[in-house]
Write a protein that binds this ligand. Structure first.
Ligand SMILES: [Zn+2]
Length: 360
């Protein structure tokens, strides 16, 4: 083969490669490269969005897991992300009232303003607890629409995943089937993590989730026998881990464990903050010392980002166990995703309550 001919052949090959590169993508290829720009206010929402959105979304999370969700600094750099966003995921119930409105106003992106299709309030579909009879911010209450910390009950992540999947399908209809598939996989994993693989295999996750949501899971498990033993003996997962310490008393720093307490049967007897968002007075701390000395509780659950002077003092004076638990993905190096977060919370709380004994 002479050089001219070889050169001609390689030119044809190069031209073919260029034509291939310039050719319009097939619909399938276009679908996999489509990216929905999603901004989540908080890491837990981001973790669920990541599970549902997969590689079809480009995700930015504003707050870190070590920040107080009530009080995040609205840095202008987030406005740049919000300016280009297709969807903004928020916890809602005014949890982010101090920082999301300034950011969305500064971003000047009509798609993600409250009320627009791209503004996704994840509290939709959540049964909110502690809703006050009248809206009031008297005395600095930061829970004016009820308790906003609904993702401390991991079962609520099922509703949130549904809300996010629906919003993504609306923003990116070509990906609807993929989002639904991802949502189903997330929910299946959630059910196994919460109830244990064994029980889910016997009964089905959907049935267990319905019983749990209705508050009838115990009755169902106690009253249903399989192979001569009640189903409750097959309960595993996070609920199984905390079952031996069910009903034990705890004190929490902030009123953020209410949903968790209902789901897992933990008994919250008092708070270090006299009202959500209000730091404790000397008098309130003295009352807590008395309660702890009386044996009303032996474990105090606090958070990584609040002041620790009060809980240090309570620990020194009464010997109470102070447990620093993250609430959000990334709040602890071991809480890398939503499942690792609840693995950590349930195992550490079960260990602390087991070590602390049954109370008085
Ligand atoms: Zn709160």
């Amino acid at each position: 083969m002479n050089r001219t001919r070889a050169c001609f052949r390689s030119s044809i090959l190069a031209a073919a490669l260029i034509l291939t590169a310039l050719a319009p993508a097939t619909p399938a290829a276009a679908a996999t490269t489509k990216t929905v720009k999603v901004v989540a206010s908080l890491p837990n929402l981001g973790a669920i969005a990541s599970a549902v959105g997969g590689d079809r979304i480009e995700l930015t999370v504003i707050a870190s897991g070590t920040q107080d969700a009530h009080f995040v600094d609205p840095k202008p750099s987030y406005m740049v992300k919000l300016r280009a966003a297709d969807l903004l995921l928020v916890n809602g119930l005014d949890l982010e009232i101090g920082w999301i409105p300034p950011l969305t106003q500064g971003a000047r992106n009509n798609r993600i303003l409250a009320g627009a299709a791209g503004y996704v309030d994840a509290s939709t579909g959540i049964a909110v607890v502690e809703v006050p009879s009248s809206l009031s911010r008297a005395e600095g209450d930061v829970h004016p629409y009820g308790n906003p910390h609904y993702l401390t009950d991991p079962l609520n992540a099922e509703a949130v995943a549904g809300t996010i999947a629906a919003a993504l399908a609306k923003a990116d209809p070509a990906g609807a089937a993929a989002y639904e598939e991802n949502r189903k996989a997330f929910v299946a994993r959630l059910h196994e993590a919460l109830f244990g693989k064994d029980l889910v295999g016997l009964v089905g996750g959907a049935k267990l989730a319905r019983e749990a949501a209705a508050g009838t899971l115990d009755t169902f498990l106690d009253g249903t026998n399989v192979g001569g033993a009640p189903l409750k003996t097959r309960l595993g997962g996070w609920l199984g881990a905390l079952r031996p310490v069910r009903g034990r008393p705890i004190i929490t720093y902030h009123k953020d464990w209410s949903y968790f307490a209902s789901r897992f049967g933990v008994n919250i007897v008092d708070y270090v903050e006299p009202k959500p968002g209000i730091q404790p007075s000397a008098r309130h701390l003295e009352e807590l010392v008395t309660r702890l000395e009386h044996g009303d509780a032996k474990v105090i659950v606090t958070r990584p980002f609040v002041e620790h002077r009060s809980t240090d003092m309570l620990q020194e004076k009464t010997g109470a166990v102070v447990l620093n638990l993250p609430l959000e993905v990334g709040g602890d190096p071991q809480a890398g995703d939503f499942f690792a977060l609840f693995d950590l919370i349930t195992s550490r709380l079960a260990a602390a309550l087991t070590g602390a004994g049954t109370g008085k």
